[in-house]
Design a protein around this ligand. Structure first.
Ligand SMILES: [Fe+2]
Length: 282
């Protein structure tokens, strides 16, 4: 097999998280050494961006699989869907959507946090992008935790919160009610990253419903305060997509959200979702 060791350059983005990794052609079969550098950049920067890539579904799958096993999510009725791969798109064929999450703004969340083993990371490859909007916002949950006052950190110790996702109701905005059959999972409010050993806030406006064992008003107030704190621009990076971008984020220490865009314009990205491990309380 023809392995390529490429000399990579990691440039931090001018934001609270994220780095651009340069000098890599992901169509090549990367050496272990090159991949280790990419992995290090990912752990250090939480989000990595590789511009000007042109990957087939199989090439993207090969690269994604080096980070670990892919999560399920094969949706047979959708275009090109296979284990761990889906299209995020508003494209329709014969009147039917070919992908998921077609339109509109989407609130901050961490992928699959409503599962017992949430995804460790996800990757998007931009194929067709609207002229304006449909940007993805990323949020640094380490920084959000570390900047909390000590009394709030003390208050969060040992707390768990219920994560709920009702895809059938509305996958992009918080539901007012919890459907009895919606997937739910209790998660630690503060999560320890298994690789970096750092603590991160692990709640989100889209998915976290309430704090276990706390009166509702108190829970709403505490979560509302945490969401407002986390979503400050000083903890975020707003990614404006270009065709060819490959962007990968760590679901254990970041949240992401999407800005609105004109639904009459085409938006097509190919997504890979990695499997993960149960969250460790921090
Ligand atoms: Fe997501």
């Amino acid at each position: 097999m023809n392995m390529t060791t490429q000399s990579i350059e990691v440039r931090k983005l001018p934001a609270a998280l994220g780095a651009e990794v340069r000098g890599v052609d992901l169509r090549e079969d990367l050496s272990d050494e090159t991949f280790a550098q990419i992995l290090r950049a990912w752990y250090d920067n939480l989000v990595i961006l590789l511009r000007d890539q042109d990957l087939s579904e199989d090439q993207q799958w090969q690269f994604g699989s080096r980070f670990g096993p892919l999560a399920g999510g094969h949706i047979p009725e959708l275009e090109g869907s296979r284990e761990g791969i889906a299209y995020v798109s508003n494209v329709r064929k014969d009147g039917k959507l070919i992908g998921i999450l077609p339109d509109g703004e989407m609130q901050f969340h961490s992928d699959q946090s409503y599962r017992e083993q949430p995804s460790q990371g996800s990757m998007l490859h931009a194929i067709t992008i609207p002229r304006v909007g449909g940007n993805t916002l990323f949020l640094n949950c380490y920084a959000a935790y570390e900047t909390l006052p000590q009394d709030v950190k003390d208050r969060l110790k040992g707390l768990r919160a219920l994560h709920v996702y009702d895809y059938n109701l509305n996958p992009t905005q918080r539901a007012r009610t919890i459907a009895p059959d919606a997937p739910t999972q209790l998660q630690p409010v503060v999560r320890l990253h298994p690789v970096t050993g750092r603590r991160a806030l692990y709640v989100s406006r889209l998915i976290t419903a309430y704090i276990e064992g706390m009166p509702q008003q108190e829970s709403d107030d505490l979560l509302g305060m945490l969401f407002d704190h986390m979503e400050q621009p000083r903890f975020t990076y707003e990614h404006v997509w270009k065709t060819g971008d490959v962007l990968m984020w760590d679901n254990r220490c970041t949240l992401h959200a999407r800005t609105d865009f004109d639904p009459s314009e085409t938006r097509l990205l190919r997504r890979i979702t990695l499997k993960g491990e149960p969250a460790i309380a921090g």
